[in-house]
Design a binder for this molecule. Structure first.
Ligand SMILES: [Zn+2]
Length: 374
């Protein structure tokens, strides 16, 4: 994520903090100072918010470490002012695995809440022996309520909350994955409406914001899963671009800029002696042109590490790779030879054409065009 700074590494996972988080800290310090005129209170509140975000990191680590048990790596954890995001390489479609990964985050908060409760109960009996200033009056109580709130908020049965994934996983244990997702997404949208209604009645803008967030999350999850389902059983070669241009490592950046303007292609496979040695992407080209002008050639700028797919590979898997590699296009290689390019737009076009042909075919007994068979 841009505007994120790495603050450390836990269990081999990089933890980032988004720049807007510092704005939140600054806002808390200023607001507290203005209302209490006490620098001590302002600093204490800032430390408290930092502690809360430490708890959010533990929650995200719960997901990440549960995922690791199933061989799913986490690319990074980012802290935003609205919470944390653990970017898993993929979400397993095995309902049991998804259930464990989704529940692991809130489970961390349940454990922390129990510890806080233990602290509060123990404090009653220790009060006489430990100086009062070591047992700050409300810290344990505040941490307890934060953990309870995190459990309740995350277990709202709606995507993209953990509760939505738990619900889908439980449903998918008894039915087809796509159907489970559709039902879970509808339940999420009902919750979004209730939250939105609650927000309007109480005049709470925060509830309205969450309602919107949940509504969009549910729609997105349903459409991604539906797209994946309609790709099932289709190999990459049906949806790949086979009419494309390649470039050579010695081509000048100026020449590539002309190709980008003259055609539809954004990324170009870089071929040397018949083999793909890298990918020249439009964003790298733009950056290079801004940094060094028209000097330089493809070899200076191309991405030497790239993800490739096989023409017989399932489109569902290739589509997942496209989403996780953060690349716009992937070369399709057969026995080391370049045979195509795969982009998300092209997969989208393939689906549109396929659905159109299917609709037509369902209306007329003898279809004029036959789509690649699933
Ligand atoms: Zn979570």
């Amino acid at each position: 994520m841009s505007w994120s700074f790495r603050i450390g590494r836990l269990f081999g996972i990089d933890v980032y903090i988004h720049a807007t988080f510092f704005l939140l800290l600054a806002w808390i310090v200023i607001a507290q100072y203005l209302s209490t005129r006490s620098a001590g209170v302002a600093v204490y509140e800032m430390l408290f918010v930092t502690l809360v975000f430490g708890i959010v990191v533990l929650h995200e680590l719960g997901h990440a470490l549960a995922a690791r048990r199933f061989g799913v790596q986490t690319r990074d954890i980012t802290l935003l002012p609205i919470g944390g995001v653990a970017r898993l390489e993929r979400i397993p479609e095995n309902p049991y695995q998804e259930f464990v990964i989704a529940i692991a985050g809130p489970a961390v908060n349940v454990v922390l809440a129990i510890l806080c409760l233990g602290w509060i109960l123990a404090r009653g009996s220790l009060q006489s022996e430990i100086p009062a200033n070591l047992l700050h009056a409300d810290l344990a109580g505040r941490l307890l309520s934060i953990n309870v709130a995190l459990v309740v908020f995350n277990m709202i049965p709606a995507f993209p909350m953990d509760g939505g994934r738990v619900l889908r996983a439980v449903l998918a244990m008894g039915m087809d994955y796509v159907r489970a997702t559709t039902i879970a997404a509808s339940v999420g949208q009902v919750f979004a409406l209730l939250l939105g209604f609650g927000g309007l009645v109480t005049g709470n803008p925060f509830l309205l914001f969450i309602a919107l967030f949940v509504w969009i999350g549910a729609a997105q999850e349903a459409s991604v899963v539906a797209a994946r389902a309609s790709l099932a059983g289709i190999p990459v070669r049906y949806a790949m671009i086979s009419d494309f241009r390649v470039v050579s490592p010695t081509d000048s950046l100026e020449a590539i800029a002309h190709h980008v303007i003259a055609g539809f292609q954004q990324d170009f496979p870089v071929v040397e002696d018949g083999r793909v040695v890298g990918m020249m992407t439009r964003s790298d080209l733009i950056k290079a042109l801004a940094d060094a002008g028209r000097q330089g050639n493809v070899a200076d700028v191309m991405q030497r590490a790239f993800v490739a797919v096989h023409p017989d590979e399932a489109l569902t898997e290739a589509f997942q790779k496209l989403q996780t590699c953060e690349c716009h296009s992937m070369p399709v290689l057969k026995d080391g030879q370049l045979v195509g390019l795969l982009t998300a737009e092209n997969v989208g076009e393939f689906l549109m054409i396929r659905n159109a042909v299917r609709q037509q075919a369902s209306r007329s007994p003898a279809p004029l065009v036959s789509a690649p068979r699933a």
